[in-house]
Design a protein around this ligand. Structure first.
Ligand code: AMP
Ligand code: MN
Length: 325
């Protein structure tokens, strides 16, 4: 998909809204705040707002964090709405505003949103992160250390500190360019990605301890129920990273992590190593994502969810074997 002329598209706008997906992660927060800082600088006459669900406090180190507005209220017409890191159906409370905006721009890297859901779309599924995409649209004269840091955080989170297969030579070149701006990048990785609270580590420990491997060791699954979440006074934000660690179990191709969100309702995270396209599986259950990382919500018991997902994993693994036979 061709690059868009971001500043040209926003030039005459009086009111610009930026938003991303529900349960915002590092890439979502990083790209939305980088966009916010950039547009405020490049188009000082425009009113720019960021609407997001309350992100994890670890992102408070990003400039503009305090400008995040979770009220989703706006006076008058929205000239440009920028939906970042998701398709319109994952905008949550912002979806209605998106629908009524005069110009809708969608920037994303999810393969499940390959066509885009705006009037103007820039979706590159191969790209590491929306942050990397957004940075590619910026005119460099406006980029400063705060903007570079926001972009870097987005990239760090979606690439697992440049370790996942979505990391390309261009990703690393961009990262190199960003750290030239001089922010404390080891601190950023430590504080926003690696550091866990005691409760978060306890939950991780339980998830690892109670995990089950099956399909001859090629799959691993673990779940956290509502009672346990309540015991630790934890939310979904405290479960980041568990599924990625499950995936690192030797011999495992596919990891499934879920947590109970309601009565017979689970939020499911899927990760794969080499063969299984988990975005396809998540899409079957109304979700989406990337080839190696995807998510969905499933109604039913833990066993229903595992049965239904594992059938799909088995199907894909069998197809791979058939192709290699
Ligand atoms: P998660 O397992 O929630 O960390 O999500 C993994 C990847 O899939 C992230 O890039 C998410 O943005 C994406 N994702 C998660 N849930 C959904 C969903 N319901 N629909 C589309 N994409 C999703
Ligand atoms: Mn992303």
């Amino acid at each position: 998909m061709e690059k868009i002329q971001l500043l040209e598209e926003c030039r005459d706008a009086k009111k610009i809204i930026i938003s991303g997906h529900v349960r915002p992660d590092g890439d979502c927060v990083g790209s939305c705040l980088a966009m916010y800082l950039y547009l405020k600088k490049a188009l000082p006459q425009a009113q720019v707002k960021v609407f997001l669900e309350e992100p994890s406090e670890v992102f408070a180190c990003i400039a503009g964090y305090d400008a995040i507005d979770s009220s989703y209220t706006v006076d008058g017409e929205v000239d440009v709405f920028l939906a970042l890191d998701c398709e319109k159906t994952r905008l949550g409370e912002a979806e209605e505003l998106f629908a009524s905006a005069k110009k809708r721009i969608n920037i994303d890297h999810h393969v499940s949103n390959a066509r885009g859901s705006g009037d103007i779309n820039y979706v590159v599924p191969g790209c590491s992160s929306t942050a990397e995409l957004v940075y590619g649209l910026f005119e460099k004269e406006y980029v400063d250390a705060d903007i570079a840091k926001a972009i870097y955080i987005g990239m760090v989170h979606d690439t697992g500190v440049f370790s996942y297969s979505n990391t390309s030579p261009a990703t690393l070149r961009t990262a190199a360019e960003l750290i030239e701006y001089g922010f404390d990048f080891p601190a950023v990785i430590d504080k926003t990605f690696s550091e866990k609270t005691y409760a978060q580590n306890q939950l991780l420990g339980r998830a690892l301890l109670e995990s089950i491997i099956f399909m001859g060791g090629r799959c691993i699954v673990s779940a956290i129920d509502k009672k346990t979440l309540d015991f630790y006074n934890a939310t979904s934000k405290d479960l980041e990273g568990i599924v990625s660690l499950l995936r690192t179990t030797k011999g495992v191709e596919c990891a499934i992590f879920m947590y109970e969100t309601g009565n017979l309702e689970y939020k499911v995270s899927l990760r794969s190593c080499k063969y299984v396209d988990v975005s396809k599986i998540a899409a079957l259950f109304g979700g989406g994502g990337h080839v190696r990382a995807a998510g969905c919500t499933i109604n039913g018991t833990f066993h229903d969810a595992v049965n239904n997902i594992s059938k799909q994993i088995e199907f894909q693994l069998k197809q791979c074997e058939d192709m290699n036979a």
